[in-house]
Write a protein that binds this ligand. Structure first.
Ligand code: MN
Length: 694
């Protein structure tokens, strides 16, 4: 176990100004915080963060990152709070530790393999500081090295899959190939022990058959470079079993057809020497056609640079040779981590001459000068996916949506039916409006009711094409029926005003160029036939007694289809209102006091909110409901209320604990008897503990 002094020595070897006091403080803090906790191996838990810190020190990371390594598990696994960390170690370290904890909370399993790229994007998106990812990779490296101690097969499997699907590609993306190779090889061995063993055995055979093949080849190469006076350091190694296996999968071939099992590395000082070395190799060995790649002229996306060629070596064994400079080599092994350097405790970029390194330079500049993590997101050339938002279902499935997407978009993304019946949403366990814009990492729980249907107003806030088209489709399917119903009500209204008992036979629809009474109602509702024309076509009233006035009742219509609320005076329930029939649109509701309609002098149509507007037939009541804290409880309660014919006008969570929560609901129902029925129905729900009228 590394002592705090040894760790400080490691760091001061590359950064003489490193703050030794702070490192020691973090070392002791982590040791005390983890206390008696044990790892699966039986050793004290505290060994793990020390190991992670030493991996980071080996990568020559800055002091802040090394200290983050020491503290990376205290928020997650001990009762230390963010505030405490911030007070003792400052906000930078506290935020880095919090960032690592957030990454650790992502649960990933083999069932989600198809979404691996989305998960990788998500991890990048919530990694606001690239150092968070570097600490996480060091953490994963130590965890996978000690994977065999974990007893549960399932857990070992999950960690291995997560490593291959998420962390190895991320390590590659930031160019940290040494870590990528090691973690993917161990994970591969854990997941596919038979394949791993088969490949290792073959490698062993090749090794013994060819009798010190690697060493002899190194000597051979070294000899030809010496003859041409090219100062080159040559090393050789076998490829890792995982990289060989991946090549076999990709090319769909057997082990015998993989030519580049052996890889040799030639490291020189300058770029001209790279090409000189290449010339020497091609002069002395027969090259294998089609296997030459110049990543110096055209670097890989992660800025990997090297020349690769494959030639026939001793015993006609194919050898892959990689030629690069010292700087390219460091970059290839450590990636972004190779580009930190320290002066007076500050991160500065090393002599980064080439333009191709400018993306790293800009990250370093931003890290140095900016406290705004969004700036890093916007400016860094790492794929940070700022135009997407990643949220989760209550089962942990990842849903990727365009930025600005709302809970309704989320519901439709899962299933059309879920969107069509969504009535509310819980985001991170809190009730929220359906139009809430989702944020990265939100856990979204859609509440549904069979009595709910899409509302035209949703169209104003949804952003996805699927949600929009589903809402439109629903509204179109409702449209015809709504206009026919409106037309029928309008016809009754005209009859009543003419003091004639309503009788469909008196409507001579053919005189209005309609083929049925339904078409007639539809056209009347759409304003294509004027009420005046209908009235003139009716016979004179023979009724002496005045018929009851028939105002149009709004409760029968879904707003936004055939009946609209005007934007000018925005009438709400209880206001005195009138309707104006507008061609194509239907009935537009205004307040009686609205200036717009009074100016236009249009004929008003009497409308009312519900059946018996004038008589007090509805009562408002406030119920206090205590129920078990279960994800369905809320939906059950709202369903019971709406299926018993009452309206919810307001609701609020009063208290919540892990077991119960108490809800205040304002409902409108017809009378006391109705209220009693609803209370009784609620009490029969197993999730409801008590119902009280306040
Ligand atoms: Mn850890």
């Amino acid at each position: 176990m590394l002592t705090s002094s040894e760790l400080i020595q490691m760091v001061q070897a590359y950064d003489p100004c490193a703050n030794a006091t702070l490192i020691r403080k973090a070392y002791i803090f982590a040791m005390e915080a983890h206390g008696m906790q044990k790892r699966a191996s039986g050793s004290p838990y505290f060994y793990h963060p020390v190991k992670v810190a030493s991996i980071l020190a080996n990568l020559h990371m800055d002091v802040t990152t090394v200290i983050t390594g020491l503290l990376h598990d205290v928020l997650e696994d001990t009762n230390v709070s963010f505030e405490e960390l911030e007070e003792i170690f400052g906000s930078e370290i506290a935020f880095l530790v919090e960032g690592v904890s957030k990454l650790s909370q992502i649960q990933y399993s083999s069932a989600q393999t198809k979404q691996a790229e989305n998960y990788r994007k998500f991890l990048m998106a919530i990694t606001h500081d690239i150092r968070v990812l570097i600490v996480k990779l060091a953490d994963r490296l130590h965890n996978i090295r000690t994977l065999s101690y974990i007893k549960s097969v399932e857990k070992r499997r999950r960690i291995a899959i997560e490593t291959l699907d998420l962390y190895a590609p991320l390590a590659e993306r930031v160019g940290m190939n040494a870590i990528k190779d090691e973690i993917s090889d161990i994970a591969f061995c854990a997941l596919h022990p038979n394949e791993y063993r088969a490949i290792s055995t073959r490698l062993e055979q090749i090794r013994t058959r060819d009798n010190n093949f690697i060493q002899n080849t190194i000597l051979e190469l070294q000899k030809v470079f010496n003859e041409q006076s090219i100062p080159a350091a040559v090393s050789g190694r076998e490829k890792t079993p995982y990289s060989i296996w991946k090549k076999m999968q990709k090319r769909n071939v057997g082990l015998d057809q993989i030519y580049d099992i052996m890889a040799f590395r030639v490291i020189v000082k300058t770029i001209p020497q790279c090409y000189a070395a290449l010339g020497v190799i091609h002069t002395n060995f027969r090259i294998m056609p089609g296997r030459f790649k110049d990543y110096i002229s055209i670097p890989k996306l992660n800025n990997y640079k090297s020349i690769h060629t494959t030639v026939l070596g001793l015993f006609n064994q194919p050898l892959e040779v990689q030629i690069r400079t010292d700087e390219m080599h460091k970059m290839a092994e450590e990636g972004i981590a190779a580009h930190w350097s320290y002066k007076n405790g500050d991160i500065v970029s090393k002599e980064i001459d080439s333009q191709n390194y400018s993306w790293i330079k800009s990250i370093i500049t931003i890290l140095k000068n900016s406290s705004d993590s969004n700036e890093i997101l916007n400016n860094s050339k790492l794929e940070m996916f700022d135009d997407e938002v990643f949220s989760f279902t209550s089962n942990g499935d990842l849903i990727t949506l365009p930025k600005g997407a709302t809970a309704v978009d989320f519901a439709y993304a899962i299933h059309t039916d879920l969107g069509n019946t969504c009535i509310g949403v819980k985001i991170n366990n809190k009730l929220a409006p359906l139009k809430t814009i989702l944020k990265n990492g939100d856990r979204v729980d859609i509440l549904t009711s069979p009595y709910q249907h899409p509302e035209a107003s949703w169209e104003d806030f949804v952003v996805t094409g699927k949600a929009r088209s589903c809402i439109r489709r629903f509204i179109r399917s409702q449209e015809k029926g709504e206009f026919v119903a409106l037309g029928l009500q309008l016809a009754r209204y005209v009859f009543a005003n003419a003091n004639i008992e309503f009788n469909e036979d008196l409507i001579l629809y053919k005189n209005f160029c309609c083929d049925s009474t339904n078409t007639f109602y539809h056209n009347l509702g759409k304003g294509h036939i004027s009420l005046r024309r209908l009235q003139l076509s009716l016979p004179d009233s023979s009724n002496t007694s005045q018929l009851k006035d028939t105002a149009i009742c709004l409760i029968d219509f879904a707003p936004g289809i055939a009946v609209h609320f005007s934007k000018c005076c925005r009438p709400i329930l209880g206001d005195k209102i009138v309707g104006v029939l507008q061609k194509e649109k239907g009935l537009v509701i205004h307040q009686t006091t609205c200036g717009v309609i009074n100016d236009q002098g249009e004929p008003f149509i009497k409308v009312k909110w519900n059946q018996d507007d004038n008589v007090e037939t509805s009562i408002m009541a406030r119920l206090q409901i205590v129920m078990t804290n279960h994800k369905d409880s809320f939906a059950v309660v709202t369903n019971v209320i709406s299926s018993n014919g009452a309206n919810i006008s307001n609701l609020k969570i009063e208290h919540r604990s892990t077991e119960f929560f108490s809800l205040l609901i304002d409902i409108t129902c017809t009378d006391i008897a109705h209220l009693g029925e609803i209370q009784a129905a609620l009490r029969t729900c197993s999730k409801v503990k008590s119902v009280k009228r306040l």
